[in-house]
Design a protein around this ligand. Sequence first.
Ligand SMILES: Cc1cc2nc3c(=O)[nH]c(=O)nc-3n(C[C@H](O)[C@H](O)[C@H](O)COP(=O)(O)O)c2cc1C
Length: 197
Amino acid sequence: MRIDVDPARTDPTAVYRLLTATVVPRPIAWVSTRSADGTDNLAPHSFFTIASVNPPVVQFTSVGRKDSLRNVEETGEFVVNLAPEGLLEQINATATDFPRGTSEFDACGVEREPGHRVKVPRVAASPVALECELHSTLRIGDSTVVFGRVVHVAVDEAFLDDGHPEVTRMRPLTRLGKNEWGTLGGVRELARIPYQG
Ligand SMILES: Cc1cc2nc3c(=O)[nH]c(=O)nc-3n(C[C@H](O)[C@H](O)[C@H](O)COP(=O)(O)O)c2cc1C
């Protein structure tokens, strides 16, 4: 037996809860931005993925018009910082709806480091930072998808194994449904099977 849901006839909040509990686990972009008047902003976004490979573009979605989106529109830059398990409390704290002039870096005690190609600061303790220049935005209803061209990648070498980011060292967090967070589970390796016709 299945329960059938018609989104067009269902409360949007219930649809949101259903989608975010179904599309799991979602990687978390810990997005840093800077406003035109110089306030540094930091907020987690789990509607996040790679959009294209060449050129390298990543995307995150702002549900509503939040400070991160406004800053990207103002300055054309953002940084996606990988969100590691050890920083869970801090990451969650930066999702607080602080007033626009308040920097989550300062309010939540997150250490910054300067960006290499962008004026936006990176999170010093994050294993990998993707520095992005705004590619485009796409408005869909109440949400805006932000596409950023990756112009620089900064990897902490402590998280590299044979030159490759090692997931068991980075221990990325994920977002599940409700207020649930996922931590890294078992990692299995399995080679792709070439077609032998
Ligand atoms: C784990 C996690 C994931 C989140 N993902 C998103 C998201 O994908 N899009 C979004 O608009 N808000 C998301 N939020 C909520 C924002 O982080 C929150 O609204 C924040 O205050 C926005 O900050 P800003 O106004 O400084 O941009 C998420 C919150 C958490 C804790």
